[in-house]
Design a protein around this ligand. Structure first.
Ligand code: CTP
Length: 138
C-alpha cells in the first residue's frame, strides 16, 4: 500500500490549542500531511472579517509545526479543485462542521473522487473568535 496523503485547511488565526490538536490528530491518520492556509481575501469572503495575523505569518507558524509536511496557501473553499492539484487520500475537518450543508456535499464529492472526509474531535472552549472576544474585555 502507498503512503496516505492527508489534507486539512483552515485560517489558523491566532494559532491556538484547538488548531494544534486538529493538526496532531490529522497526522495520526496519514503519512504526509498537507495543510492549506486560507488567504485573507478568502477568509473575508466567508467569515466576513479579516484575520488578525497576516497570511504569511499564519503560514509560517503552521509550517513550523512538526506534524505538518507541507503548507499551501488557499484561495478557494472548493475541495474538489484542491484535490485536482494535490490528490490527497483523506481530508480532515473538525466535527464542529458536522451537519453543515457545504461539508455534507464535500463528503459526497470526495467519495466520488475516491478520497475520504474524516471529522476529527473539535476542541471545546477555544477558537479564534473566542480569543478575539476575550481581547475586547481587556
Ligand atoms: N478547530 C478545532 N477546535 C477548535 C477550533 C478549530 O478542532 N477549538 C479546527 C476546525 O474545525 C478546523 C481547523 O481547526 O478544522 C481550522 O479552524 P479555523 O477556522 O482556522 O479556526 P477557528 O478557531 O474555528 O476560527 P473561527 O473562530 O474564526 O471560526
Amino acid at each position: 500500500m502507498g503512503k496516505v496523503i492527508g489534507y486539512t485547511q483552515g485560517t489558523f488565526d491566532m494559532f491556538h490549542i484547538g488548531h494544534l490538536n486538529l493538526i496532531r490528530n490529522a497526522k495520526m491518520h496519514c503519512d504526509y500531511l498537507i495543510v492549506g492556509v486560507n488567504a485573507d481575501a478568502l477568509v473575508e469572503s466567508y467569515k466576513h472579517k479579516k484575520p488578525i495575523v497576516p497570511l504569511e505569518e499564519r503560514a509560517e507558524i503552521v509550517r513550523a509545526i512538526r506534524y505538518v509536511d507541507q503548507v499551501i496557501v488557499t484561495d478557494t473553499l472548493d475541495k474538489g479543485k484542491i484535490w485536482n492539484k494535490i490528490r490527497f487520500d483523506e481530508i480532515y475537518i473538525g466535527d464542529d462542521w458536522k451537519g453543515n450543508e457545504r461539508w455534507e456535499k464535500t463528503g459526497k464529492q470526495m467519495e466520488e473522487l475516491g478520497a475520504r472526509l474524516i471529522y476529527l474531535p473539535y476542541t471545546k472552549d477555544t477558537s479564534s473568535t473566542m480569543l478575539r472576544e476575550k481581547l475586547k474585555e481587556f
